[in-house]
Every structure is written in C-alpha cells, then in structure tokens.
Design a protein around this ligand. Structure first.
Ligand SMILES: [Zn+2]
Length: 274
C-alpha cells in the first residue's frame, strides 16, 4: 500500500502552547496561499517576519518538526508579499515540498484558517481568545470552538476484478475519473455514508466494506477516509447533479486520467488496479 502523504510526519510533535525558538519555521497564510521566498521556496526568515508586523492574535503554535518550532499565522487578504517573497497556493507545493514539510504546511494552514475564522464568537459575536494549553478558542459567553475537521468517505467499488470510476460534473468530458467520495452527514457512521453516497451517486448497492487508509486533506479541513467495497446489486444510474459518468474498468481496459499521485484516491486506485 502506498503511504498517504498528508498525515503526521516522522519527527513531528504537536504543540498547543508557543515556545521560544531562535529560528522558528513560520507558515504565513493569506487565505489559502503560503508565503515563501520566490527564489527557493524557503519560509520567511525572522527579519521578514518582523517586517510583516504580525499581531500575537494572528500567530498560533503548530508543533516541533525535526526539533524546530513551527508556527502558523494568517494575514489580511489585502496584504502584499514583502520584496523577494510571493504568496503561492498551498496546493502548488505538492511535489515541490518534501512530504514531511507538506504535511506540516497542511496542518499549519488548517490552524491558521481556523484561527482567522474564529476571531469572533459564532454564538454571540463577541471576540474569541485562545484557550491556554488547548487548541481551542473560547468566548466569554462560554462558547468554545475547536478546529473544524470534516470527515469525508471515499470508496472504490469493485465487481470481480473490475473497479468503478466516476467523473464528477465539475470535470470536463475526457477528464479525470476517480473513486466515489462525499462528506458525512451529522449522525452517520462512515459506513452509513458509504452506503448512502454510493446509492445516491450511482444507484448501486455495496457490501464487504474494507478500510484502506485515511489522509488529511486541508482544502479546507477534510479528513478523507478511504474504503473498498464489493458490488452487491443495482444498475449504474448517475445522479446528474454530481456524477457525469461512471463505468466499470476491468482487466485490459485503458484507464482514464486518474487523480494526482500524492492523493489518497490515487493510492486507493493503484492498490486495486484491475
Ligand atoms: Zn460568545
């Protein structure tokens, strides 16, 4: 089985309290864009960080990575990058950052994004403040907000040696096809969501669900939980709101365009190729 890319890398320890460090690694986000030096994609050095003038309320601890302290910060959307630096979409670092750094960057983004979106209480509208020793924001009204992680299931349906691949309606004809996926609804188990989504999206019934792997997917805060399942009945009938086409691919069939190698969907397909 392929290792999933976005997870806790070796040598990483999460921290919910900041610590003093001479040369912290700072992940500064403007929306979903990360600030890096244009020439070599290095993270900003201390002088650049100082020049940005970040407020303490914009900077949050992430953890220790290879014994270096990592922090996450958000910056207003109208800010320009300092000279020699650029803001680049987090997604653009796939294949350019090594897997460990990419995982920490994904984690930092989710923390920065959560902090930016929870400056004010969702219950009463007053300012929120970080809770000491916890990854949480609290309001004086008692409302506490933790980073939001939205579980999503992914399932590769198998029928004998064949696998079911589908093209989402947002992908143009001839474009990428993948396993089925969808977010969990409140009250569902992952297994419930698989049965529901498979039936809603392609009209099939499945059985023999088998866990494959999970992967953090910080766009913006998902946890992809991947399974395989065996076909148990029904005819393919695509939900036109979500799925443009879905087909079985068996031994000898030419596979369509697949998701990128760093994704759990690709790992799931590669591990079960006909
Ligand atoms: Zn409140």
């Amino acid at each position: 089985m392929m290792a999933t890319v976005l997870a806790t890398p070796p040598g990483f320890r999460s921290l919910s309290e900041p610590i003093a460090h001479d040369a912290p690694r700072a992940f500064v986000f403007r929306g979903a864009e990360l600030l890096v030096r244009e020439s070599d994609l290095a993270l900003p050095d201390p002088a650049v960080l100082k020049a940005l003038g970040l407020e303490p309320s914009q900077v949050f601890p992430v953890g220790l990575f290879d014994k270096e302290y990592c922090s996450a910060a958000w910056i207003a959307k109208d800010r320009e990058a300092p000279a020699g630096y650029v803001f680049r979409p987090l997604r653009s670092f796939f294949g350019r950052f090594d897997e460990g750094l990419l995982s920490v960057a994904g984690r930092a983004f989710q923390i920065a994004d959560w902090a930016r979106n929870h400056r004010f209480c969702g219950a009463c509208g007053k300012p929120m403040a970080p809770v000491a020793g916890e990854r949480a924001m609290r309001c004086e009204c008692g409302h506490v907000a933790y980073p939001r992680i939205a579980p999503a299931m992914m399932v590769l349906v198998k029928k004998g040696a064949a696998i079911l691949l589908a093209r989402n309606v947002i992908v143009p004809p001839g474009g990428r096809m993948s396993a089925l996926a969808g977010f969990l609804e409140p009250g569902e188990s992952v297994e419930d969501a698989i049965h529901r989504e498979v039936h809603e999206e392609v009209g099939l019934f499945v059985k023999d669900l088998r866990y494959f792997a999970s992967q953090s997917w910080p766009f913006p805060g998902s946890l992809m939980i991947a399974f395989t399942a065996e076909y148990a009945g029904g005819e393919i009938r695509c939900d036109p709101a979500e799925i443009a086409e879905a087909h079985w691919f068996g031994p000898g069939d030419k596979l369509p365009d697949l998701p990128p190698p760093q994704s759990i969907s690709r790992a799931l397909i590669e591990a079960n190729k006909p």
